[in-house]
Design a protein. Structure first.
Length: 161
């Protein structure tokens, strides 16, 4: 079996890029954990780590400033398409995102992009309903004080990049 290659697919803008510099730290049937530096330089954060929850359709990322301090947790609603023959995992961003700040405040963002993508035919009806269900599941974790279960996979990491 070839080594796993992870691609990030966006609908808006339309792009699919190989995350060739991401380092896979852990991989099993439940999740994949990676650490990474930003692809394009950012002023607010420089690196982080992500946990792809393969059965839940979410990716939880810990965004870190250059000094290693937490900027926030960024949660993407995604779909996964794995090709065992080629060892490729395409992670499609279904556009709905949740930001959890260090103070515990929560922002749900980019729902306008979900609507736009659906109107333009970039999201199928199934993708739209999957997105809404997965977003609801993620928010349920957060609002019922169970987000720490998702964070735990990343909190244990040594983030020296």
């Amino acid at each position: 079996m070839p080594p796993l290659q992870i691609y990030r697919k966006r609908l808006i803008p339309d792009e699919c890029i190989l995350l060739k510099n991401d380092i896979i730290l852990e991989q099993n049937d439940e999740h994949i954990i990676t650490k990474w530096n930003t692809i394009n330089p950012k002023t607010t954060f420089s690196h982080g780590c992500s946990c792809y929850f393969l059965h839940d359709g979410i990716k939880v990322s810990k965004f870190l400033r250059s000094d290693g301090s937490l900027l926030y947790w960024y949660c993407d609603v995604v779909s996964y398409d794995y090709n065992q023959e080629t060892g490729t995992l395409i992670v499609t961003d279904l556009l709905a995102d949740v930001i959890v700040h260090p103070d515990g405040s929560v922002e749900v963002v980019d729902l306008d992009e979900v609507a736009e993508a659906f109107e333009k035919g970039l999201l199928t009806a199934k993708q739209m309903t999957d997105c809404l269900r997965q977003l609801n599941q993620l928010l349920t974790y957060i609002y019922r004080d169970k987000f720490d279960r998702l964070q735990a996979h990343l909190e244990k990491l040594d983030m020296g990049l």
